[in-house]
Structures are given as C-alpha cells and as structure tokens.
Design a binder for this molecule. Structure first.
Ligand code: SF4
Length: 298
C-alpha cells in the first residue's frame, strides 16, 4: 500500500505566510511503477526497492516524490528520487524529474572547503608563504589609529610606521588564544605552582597594549622564547627555593644508660691488705644492685 497523508507547507500570500496542506493524492501515490520505470530508463540499470513516497510541500497536492534504493556500484546508500505530478483533475501522473541523491546512510565526501580556508594553525612549514587574505579583519593600515598607544607614540615620533599593524580585533584574538593555550593561567603547569610569571625574573613584558597581560619567558629551562600570560607559572620561577634536607632523616641522639651490662673478668688478685668492709667474698664480682631510672631522650 502506498503511503497516503498530508503535510503542511508554508506559502506566502498577500495576507502574509499561510499554512497549506500538501495532500498525497492517490493518483500520485499509486504511480510507483511509472516512477520506477523512469528511474530505470535514466540510470540504465535495475532500480532497487521502493523506499516511500511523500507529497511535495510546495506543490499543494500537485506533486509527490517516490524514492527507490539505487543498486549502483559505488553508490551505497544513495536513492533515486522521482518526482511525479498531476493536475487537480488529472487521472494519471506524469514524471517531472529523476535525480540520484544521497540517502541518510550514504557515503559522501566532506563538505567542500574553499582553498583559502584549508590552512590551519601549525600547517606553515619552512619556506612556505602565507599572505594574509584581502581585507583581513586582523590587520589595519598602520597610518590609521591603531588603538595601540605604543604604536601611536612611535609613529608620531619618527613619522614612520609599519604598513599594517594588528587591529583591535587581531590583538583580542591573539590574546584569547594565548590565554587559553598551554602558557595561559589555566594550564596544568601553572595551576600546580604558587609563583607566577609576573613576579619572575625571567619574565620580559611585551610592549603595547598587551603588556599588562603577556610577556616572553627568557628561561632556557622553561618556556624560553614563548609568550606567557602574566599569571602563568612554572617550577623554574626565579624565586623558587628548595629546602635543603639530609638525604636520610636523623633522629635526636639518645644516651640510654638505663641498663648496664655486667662483665665477669675472673678472680681478683690477692689484696695484701684486704678490707672486708670494702670488698665482698673473694672471687665474687662486685654486684650492682641499683639501676638508674631511665633518662628521657632530649
Ligand atoms: S621561568 Fe617559568 S615562571 Fe619564569 S617566566 Fe618562564 S615560565 Fe614564567
């Protein structure tokens, strides 16, 4: 059974936009064989299954499009679209148009990009030339007010200037890129440190209106020669101090005299004038019957 129904179409009349119903009339819906024959004749090949029919929104019921799968090598997902039309009182349809169109799953080439828009940041190599496009909004003639006080001062002083200078838009673009980039304040390396470029001895501020926010790093062990944001930072900041510590922690020395070892050295030599008060029985070691209280470590 053919698909029948209505869809809405917006038509502009003297009274303004009007919504008209586009009706899929049976005479158009039933013209499947006629539409298939037209596609086969144009494509000189067998046409695939019938995928559906819908009323043309702008035709107010006078036209409909039949879709067939295209069984063509190299055209996977493409469809034959056959437009059939019939006047209000007509009893048969006529074929108006046959085209091959990509379906929703068709393999198609990417959207065409003009040549001048294909170069991306990082594409420029040694020896490549990349002139700015005409009327590049990033550039303005140098003799106009540049909105950059440093450029204005120099141009006034010497009466010379570059032929073009960065416009306000160009400078804002650059500043945003640098801010968002790997040398901005939100980069991982900057978030991990407490010292920022603005207080670093290796920081060389830019001239002009970007001076307040950007400078060049002059530290060969860090972002040497790169533009860094004033709130960027790294572990090579000139004020970085590393606390000197012994490789192995040393505890406080403890003198523990709470225990004394008793060493037996053998029989004592005969004392020519033994004093029984001062010595114990012969051959007995002098005992130590008092033990000091443990001395707490200092
Ligand atoms: S050494 Fe580190 S903190 Fe100092 S300017 Fe360079 S990137 Fe910034």
């Amino acid at each position: 059974m053919p698909n029948c129904g209505t869809i809405s179409a917006v038509m502009t009349t003297e009274d303004g936009p009007q919504v008209a119903e586009a009706t899929l009339r049976p005479v158009l819906a039933d013209a499947v064989a006629q539409a298939r024959s037209a596609a086969e004749e144009l494509g000189r090949t067998t046409v695939g299954e019938h995928l559906g029919v819908r009323a043309e929104p702008d035709s107010v019921g006078a036209a409909a499009t039949h879709r067939f799968a295209a069984a063509l090598p190299g055209y996977r997902g493409w469809e034959w679209s056959v437009v059939v039309a019939a006047a209000p009182d007509a009893e048969s349809a006529t074929v108006s148009e046959v085209v091959l169109l990509p379906g929703p799953d068709a393999l198609v080439s990417p959207v065409w990009l003009p040549w001048e828009e294909r170069v991306r940041a990082g594409d420029l190599g040694p020896g490549d030339l990349l002139p700015p496009p005409a009327d590049d909004p990033r550039l303005v003639p140098g003799y106009l007010v540049s909105d950059d006080p440093a450029v204005q001062d120099v141009a006034r002083d010497v009466g010379l200037g570059r032929r073009q200078v960065l416009s306000r838009e160009g400078r804002l673009d650059a500043a945003q890129r640098w801010f968002d980039g790997p040398r901005g304040p939100l980069a991982d390396v900057a978030v991990a440190v407490s010292l920022q470029c603005g207080t670093c001895g290796f920081y060389l501020p830019l001239a002009g209106s970007l001076r307040a926010a950007f400078g060049v790093c002059g530290n060969e062990f860090a972002d040497d020669g790169q533009v860094v944001h004033v709130e960027h930072g790294c572990g090579a900041h000139s004020d970085t101090v590393v606390a000197e510590m012994a490789a192995t922690p040393v505890s406080a020395l403890v003198h523990d005299d709470s225990q004394l070892d008793v060493v037996v050295t053998g029989p004592a030599s005969p004392d020519p004038d033994p004093d029984p008060e001062a010595q114990g029985a012969a051959g007995e070691p002098i005992g130590i019957d008092e033990v000091d209280e443990p001395v707490p470590a200092e």
